[in-house]
Design a protein around this ligand. Structure first.
Ligand code: GLU
Ligand code: ZN
Length: 295
């Protein structure tokens, strides 16, 4: 059997409800897949139980259904994938590509989040320690379909990064790379807040002999006043009565044409129309968009 030529995915974190920014990301990945007859998978990134909002998983699935999204195959939960992550962490550790770090938060103050390598050669055991991946003193670069060329020097701009936390939880960077490869994802369409994670993910793919997907980072929706950047800002949860107008607004945010005949359409009809009209080249080539400026 030949591998399908396009497999996309949406990978929400159940730390809260879906909001307008998540709708923009979900819609872009969905339309980009369906416009070429590709598959669209759904993965729940429930790696961090302490930060999970009770009921968020069900609310996310419900909102996606109400907004007309249909995904292929079974939902994958990262909480079911710990054995796969553990196997890779152990392998990287025993090969010396990763090492145990016992630094306290206090010790790492003043380094601007770039790990100074204190435990690199300390030979700590894995117990009760964070596991960090050694990064090469190299620039990783890729061509994003919307944002253009993106480059990052892993040594200078990132530093050795955590793949398993001290409390035993697996890091997003590791899980996302393993799961995208395991699910055969060819195209990653997501918010531009993850652009600066991509170089780390490219390095992990290279290290593990995994193929590199194509990337498309859509603008991050930020505060109405445009000031505070995305991660902390969440517009209200998506409600079912707003599905059609919010889908239309999300389409316009993505630079897509809409039509007045869609104002009374069902969410499913809006999606079907949008699949046939999708043009990723129209997505604004910017990292952020302020919510109030959207039509
Ligand atoms: N779970 C991540 C988030 O909700 C998205 C991960 C990804 O798309 O790579 O921000
Ligand atoms: Zn350390």
């Amino acid at each position: 059997m030949t591998a399908p030529s396009y497999i996309g995915r949406f990978a929400p974190t159940p730390s809260g409800h879906l909001h307008f920014g998540s709708l923009v990301a979900a819609l872009a990945s969905y339309l980009d897949a369906r416009a070429v007859g590709g598959r669209w998978l759904l993965r729940m990134e429930d790696l961090d139980p302490p930060r999970e909002m009770p009921g968020a998983q069900a609310a996310i699935l419900h909102a996606l259904e109400q907004y007309g999204f249909e995904w292929d195959g079974e939902l994958v939960r990262q909480s079911d994938r710990h054995a796969a992550y553990a196997e890779v962490v152990d392998r990287l550790f025993s090969l010396g590509l990763a090492y145990a770090c016992t630094c306290s938060r206090k010790q790492l103050e003043g380094y601007n989040g770039i790990y100074p390598g204190l435990c690199r050669n300390a030979g700590h055991s894995m117990d009760n320690a964070a596991i960090r991946l050694r990064v090469p003193e190299l620039t990783y670069a890729f061509e994003d379909r919307v944002q253009g060329e993106y480059r990052q020097h892993l040594g200078r701009e990132v530093g050795d990064f955590v793949i398993r936390r001290r409390d035993g939880l697996y890091a997003y960077q590791l899980a996302v790379v393993l799961d995208d490869a395991w699910q055969g994802v060819t195209d990653i369409v997501r918010g531009a807040d993850l652009l600066d994670s991509t170089a780390r993910q490219l390095y992990l793919q290279e290290l593990l002999g995994l193929s590199q997907p194509r990337y498309l980072h859509v603008p991050l929706i930020v505060q109405p006043d445009g000031h505070k950047l995305g991660k902390s800002y969440r517009s209200p949860p998506l409600t079912p009565d707003q599905a059609t107008p919010l889908l239309l607004r999300a389409l316009r945010t993505l630079g897509q044409v809409t039509d007045d005949c869609l104002n009374d359409a069902t969410p499913r009809e809006v999606l079907d129309w949008a699949i046939t009209h999708w043009d990723a080249n129209l997505i604004p080539r910017t990292l952020t968009l302020a919510e109030a400026q959207l039509r």
